[in-house]
Design a protein around this ligand. Structure first.
Ligand code: TLP
Length: 353
């Protein structure tokens, strides 16, 4: 008999709960392009309220939310400053160039966390020779840096100094609720200094689809137009917003469990010969494991695990990303560990040498 799948590829794989499905089935709907979908309107009002902003917009994906924000804050030919591992740069299909005509100015920062000192030398004002900086973008938590979290005083400092220099700052807060739980702070407080914030309902919070863009009334009015331009006018989207509302109200409270599971997995994996990681750095639900010492590529390990119904993605040939979420409990973590021990060579390369 096959064991159930333990899927640690991403928190995007979560499936809607029974309560969400009920809410979806019973959702009041209307045409949201006419602003007549009561469920979408409720979700937008609630998101704005939680983030302490004037308005919010329901968008089909985090990528679309980010790209709308980049478009709104910039002009073609400008630079956007972001960390080298930023999602907007690495995983949004080059949309920042294709759609907004932006040049990414990437900066490498320890743990993916920028500081004003790292950013300041790259800010370009009006010049006869160089593209001007149009926007600074931060990601919290930082996905590709392993779920790391900005100390609130650092992100606030960046925003304040950027504003003093006349620059807007966008927050890719796909997992801002994870950051808030890790820090024991409020999402409102963490996101308050930013000009716009995107967060995802469809990751750790558990909704099947959807993200939100929050900001001022003027910004969100403009965002509606860009969303429509991108084909993101969703009509009777209340069936999705209803699930989003359940995610928003009930999702954050259980993220601490995902963080504890990630920590547990990291501590146990660090004990397996051939695997290398620092469990002390695991503060949210994402971390990376270096598999070089096993003598196998991450892709080979991925294949071996998948044959045993454990799904973990290789990201580079020597690293794998592990993401915990509501569809993987502690027993699932224990089974993933057991299978990992079984598929790796008994004497890894480092020891054989
Ligand atoms: N991230 C996905 C992949 O695209 C890598 C994942 O599995 O983690 N910002 C951040 C920080 C993200 O991690 C993601 C998704 C997005 C934006 C985009 O969200 P979607 O997938 O809804 O477009």
């Amino acid at each position: 008999m096959h064991e159930p799948i333990v899927d640690l590829r991403s928190d995007t794989v979560t499936r809607p709960s029974a309560k969400m499905r009920r809410a979806m089935a019973e959702a009041e709907v209307g045409d949201d392009v006419y602003r007549e979908d009561p469920s979408v309107n409720r979700l937008q009002e609630r998101a704005a309220e939680i983030f302490g902003r004037a308005a919010a917009l329901f968008v089909p994906s985090g990528s679309m939310g980010n790209q709308i924000a980049l478009k709104l804050h910039t002009h073609h030919g400008q630079e956007v400053i972001c960390e080298e591992r930023a999602h907007i740069y690495n995983h949004e299909m080059g949309a920042l160039c294709a759609f907004s005509g932006l040049v990414p100015r990437t900066i490498r920062a320890e743990d993916g966390l920028l500081t004003w000192d790292l950013i300041a030398p790259w800010i370009r004002g009006r010049s006869d020779h160089r593209a001007r900086t149009g926007l600074i973008e931060l990601e919290n938590s930082s996905n590709l840096a392993g779920g790391t979290v900005y100390p609130p005083e650092i992100s606030r400092d960046i925003c304040e100094r950027a504003h003093a220099a006349g620059l807007p700052v966008h927050l890719d807060g796909a997992r801002i609720f994870n950051a808030a739980v890790a820090l024991g702070r409020d999402v409102r407080e963490l996101s308050q200094p930013f000009d716009s914030v995107m967060f995802c309902l469809s990751k750790g919070l558990g909704a099947p689809v959807g993200s939100m863009l929050v900001g001022s009334k003027e910004l969100i009015e403009e965002a509606r137009l860009i969303r429509k331009m991108l084909g993101g006018g969703m009509r009777q989207a209340g069936v999705l917003a209803a699930a989003g509302l359940v995610a928003l109200e009930e999702g954050p409270a259980r993220l601490a469990t995902d963080h504890a599971n990630a920590k547990f997995l990291a501590q146990e994996l660090a004990e397996i010969p051939g695997l290398s990681l620092n469990p002390d750095k695991v503060v949210t639900n994402i971390f990376f494991v270096d598999v070089l010492g096993t003598g196998l590529t991450s892709f080979e390990i991925s294949k071996r695990l998948a044959a045993r119904n454990v799904l973990i993605n290789g990201v580079t040939p020597s690293t794998m990303r592990i993401v915990t979420h509501l569809d993987v409990d502690r027993r699932g973590c224990e089974r993933a560990l057991q299978v990992m021990r079984e598929v790796l060579p008994a004497r890894p390369r480092a020891e054989v040498a």
